[in-house]
Ligand binder design. Structure first.
Ligand code: DQA
Length: 145
């Protein structure tokens, strides 16, 4: 099984951005954590980060046929991007939404998610653990067939 993990804007700033919310670990730490989670779950993983909405849309489109599932942290685009929602629907791959924090417990403008309607599940508020939960969820679903 091959999973593509997509990370949106400002996640490359982990370790620097708002450490009280996002912690002190860096984006490189997150990528290592995702790779270790995939090894534990017995799946292959590729991780892609972009600050650009169109680049994320392009990557989702090209995942069709190349990956079995997506893990998506669209970051701020979660709350704004119909284009990412449409790309996820067009790709037609099983997708899980993840967030480090729980947007539902933050500002009102973070309460809406344009990713959710295209996602099988959402894991949020568990820090890096949101990603390992999502990878395990998709690996188990794939194994069940
Ligand atoms: C985030 C939550 C979003 O509201 C925010 O814009 C982010 C990160 C998270 O992982 O907690 O950039 O997706």
């Amino acid at each position: 099984m091959k999973i593509l993990v997509l990370n949106g804007p400002n996640l490359n700033m982990l370790g620097v951005r708002e450490p009280a919310l996002y912690g002190n670990r860096t984006y490189a730490d997150l990528v290592r954590f995702i790779e270790a989670s995939a090894r534990d779950a017995g799946v292959e993983v590729e991780v892609f980060q972009s600050n650009h909405e169109g680049a994320l849309v392009d990557r989702i489109q090209s995942a069709r046929g190349a990956f079995d599932a997506l893990v998506v942290n669209a970051a701020a685009y979660t709350h704004t991007s119909v284009a990412i929602l449409d790309a996820l629907k067009a790709a037609g791959l099983p997708a899980v939404e993840v967030h480090l924090t729980d947007p539902g417990r933050r500002e009102r403008f973070r309460h809406i998610s344009f990713v959710k309607p295209a996602a099988l599940a959402t894991f949020a508020g568990m820090g890096f653990g949101s990603y390992s939960r999502a990878i395990r969820y998709l690996a188990e679903r794939f194994r069940r067939g």
